[in-house]
Every structure is written in structure tokens, then in C-alpha cells.
Design a protein around this ligand. Structure first.
Ligand SMILES: NC(=O)C1=CN([C@@H]2O[C@H](COP(=O)(O)OP(=O)(O)OC[C@H]3O[C@@H](n4cnc5c(N)ncnc54)[C@H](OP(=O)(O)O)[C@@H]3O)[C@@H](O)[C@H]2O)C=CC1
Ligand SMILES: O=C(O)[C@@H]1CCC=N1
Length: 268
């Protein structure tokens, strides 16, 4: 992090993901004057942080975070080409865009790390997968990891195929869980609960079960069994949800396959 403080950091794009990560770093003590953000419509929050916004680039920043939408990368990235082929590590959170594509735009000698975070990063509870290209040294990977650890856990994956699978699980995963909350609340309403009570129950249940799954010594399967009294109520619900033809297992498999298919399309 001393390197980032002295050489600087650049953020390309500062929407949901970029600002969640920047907030984590600033909260962790990063000097805002070490940060230059390039983004077309800076938010009030961003302007008030004290970072340089749409200012000239530092000559040799330690790191550049790429946090624009994948569809915008071809248009936005070439302006940073002068920082390629050097000792600036490019850390991208964009889904789908491959290390090879970054090398094409920035130069084949550029150190590049692809990362896939998720939105709980905004509260320091994210999980991010990373993979580097051939020019990302151990020191570059360590720098990327320590920056990402400011917003949650980090796992290193072996290659980009693994990152694609990770994207479909933990990158997109918060959306699956939020939809579970929505649908539980809806089902509660359907069963006669007031909408606000149904939502309160669904939200607290998912949050509480998540915290229990994270801290308990038992695995999730055992935690499920702990809820399921023999011959009781949960068993009947699980008979529906765990059905091998129509329950969660085939449904989630289809959802993950659809996410992977789209990730492949974005990298084509
Ligand atoms: N949201 C998520 O859960 C996750 C997202 N990601 C990845 O993070 C990346 C960003 O996603 P997210 O933060 O959700 O998207 P957002 O749209 O919130 O953020 C993208 C930002 O990039 C800005 N931008 C657009 N064009 C340019 C440009 N030419 N130069 C600089 N900045 C530009 C946008 O500005 P404006 O809005 O004004 O156009 C916006 O502020 C994506 O690549 C996505 O794949 C990864 C993991 C999880
Ligand atoms: O939906 C997307 O494409 C991004 C990647 C993972 C989460 N959001």
C-alpha cells in the first residue's frame, strides 16, 4: 500500500463497484490525493472524497482499477495505453473481458490481474476471485490481493475458466440471494402476512441463516438437517425445493449455465 500512496492509483469508471471499492480503501486510510478517478458523471459522494476527478494521469501509478461496464471497455481503455507495458498493474473487475484482450489494447508486457468481486464489498463483506497474466508477478498479485482484502475475502483461481465459474456463483450470487428474499416475502404475503412483515421475516431469515452458515462449525447440509424435524413442517417444504427434477438443484444449474453462457459472449 506504500507503493500506492507514493506512485498513485487510477480508477477508470466509478459506478457501483468502483465506488464500493474506493470507499473501502479510503475508509482503510488511503490518502485521497493519491487517487485519480476518470468517470464521465462523478457523483456528489466522489467529489466530496477529495480524490482527483477527471484530472491528468500520474506518470507511473502503482495500479489502475478498471471498473467500467464490459461493453464500454473498448471505448474507455485506450486512453490509458501509455501506462501499459510498464510496472503499473491493471486490475480489472469487468466480467467477460479476457487477459488476452487487455494485452491487445495495453501491450503484451502489461501486468494484468482480472478480479471478480461482488456487491457486499460495499460493506466490507465481499468475496473476490483473482487471476493474473504472465506478467503479473507475485508482488503484483499480492498488491491486488491486499487492495481487494480491504473489501472482503480474496481467493486466487488457477485460470480464466475458473474465474468464469466463480463469476456465476459469487459475482452474480448476491442477486440470486436478493431474489430469494423477494420471493420468500411474496410467498409470505400469499400466505396471508402483511407485506412489511413478510419482507422483514424474509430479510432477517436470509441474513441470520447466512451469518449462521458462516460462523457455525457444522456444514450447510447439517444446518439444514438441524431445522428439519423428522415428520415435521420443513421436511414437506424441502420435498418441493430439493426435488431433483423441479427443485432448486436443476433451477440453479440452469441459472449458472445461463450466466456462464453470457460471460462467454462478453469475452467473444
Ligand atoms: N455490479 C456488480 O455486482 C458487479 C460488477 N462487476 C463489474 O464491474 C464493472 C462495473 O459495474 P458497475 O459498477 O455495476 O457499473 P456502473 O454502471 O455502476 O459503473 C460503471 C461506471 O463507468 C462509468 N463510465 C462509462 N463510460 C466511461 C468511460 N468512457 N470512462 C470512464 N468511466 C466510464 C460509468 O459512468 P456513467 O454511469 O455516467 O455512464 C459508471 O460510473 C463491470 O465491468 C461489471 O462487469 C463485477 C462484479 C460485480
Ligand atoms: O451482471 C454482471 O454482468 C456483473 C458481473 C457479476 C455481477 N454483475
Amino acid at each position: 500500500m506504500d507503493d500506492v500512496a507514493s506512485r498513485g492509483m487510477v480508477l477508470l469508471g466509478c459506478g457501483r463497484m468502483g465506488s464500493a471499492m474506493l470507499k473501502g480503501w479510503l475508509d482503510g486510510g488511503l490518502n485521497p490525493r493519491a487517487v485519480t478517478v476518470i468517470t464521465p458523471n462523478p457523483s456528489d459522494w466522489l467529489r466530496e472524497t477529495g480524490v482527483h476527478v477527471n484530472a491528468p494521469l500520474p506518470a507511473d501509478p502503482a495500479i489502475v482499477l478498471l471498473a467500467v461496464k464490459p461493453q464500454k471497455m473498448d471505448e474507455a481503455l485506450p486512453q490509458l495505453k501509455s501506462l501499459g507495458n510498464g510496472n503499473t498493474v491493471f486490475l480489472s473487475v469487468a466480467a467477460g473481458i479476457t487477459l488476452a484482450r487487455y494485452e491487445e489494447i495495453l501491450g503484451a508486457q502489461t501486468p494484468i490481474v482480472r478480479a471478480m468481486p461482488n456487491t457486499p464489498s460495499a460493506i466490507g463483506r465481499g468475496i473476490t476471485g483473482i487471476v493474473g497474466n504472465g506478467h503479473a508477478t507475485q508482488a503484483h498479485m499480492d498488491l491486488a490481493q491486499s487492495l481487494l482484502e480491504a473489501v472482503g475475502q480474496v481467493v486466487r483461481v488457477a485460470d480464466e475458466t475458473q474465474l468464469r465459474a466463480l463469476t456465476a456463483i459469487s459475482g452474480c450470487g448476491p442477486a440470486y440471494v436478493f431474489h430469494l428474499i423477494e420471493t420468500m416475502a411474496k410467498a409470505g404475503e400469499g400466505a396471508g402476512l402483511a407485506p412489511d412483515v413478510a419482507l422483514q421475516l424474509a430479510r432477517a431469515t436470509v441474513a441470520g441463516a447466512g451469518a449462521l452458515a458462516e460462523t457455525a462449525s457444522e456444514d450447510p447440509a447439517q444446518l439444514r438437517i438441524n431445522v428439519t424435524s423428522p415428520g415435521g413442517v420443513t421436511a414437506e417444504a424441502l420435498r418441493v425445493l430439493m426435488d431433483e427434477e423441479t427443485g432448486f438443484p436443476p433451477l440453479l444449474e440452469r441459472a449458472v449455465a445461463a450466466a456462464i453462457k453470457r460471460d462467454k459472449e462478453l469475452s467473444a
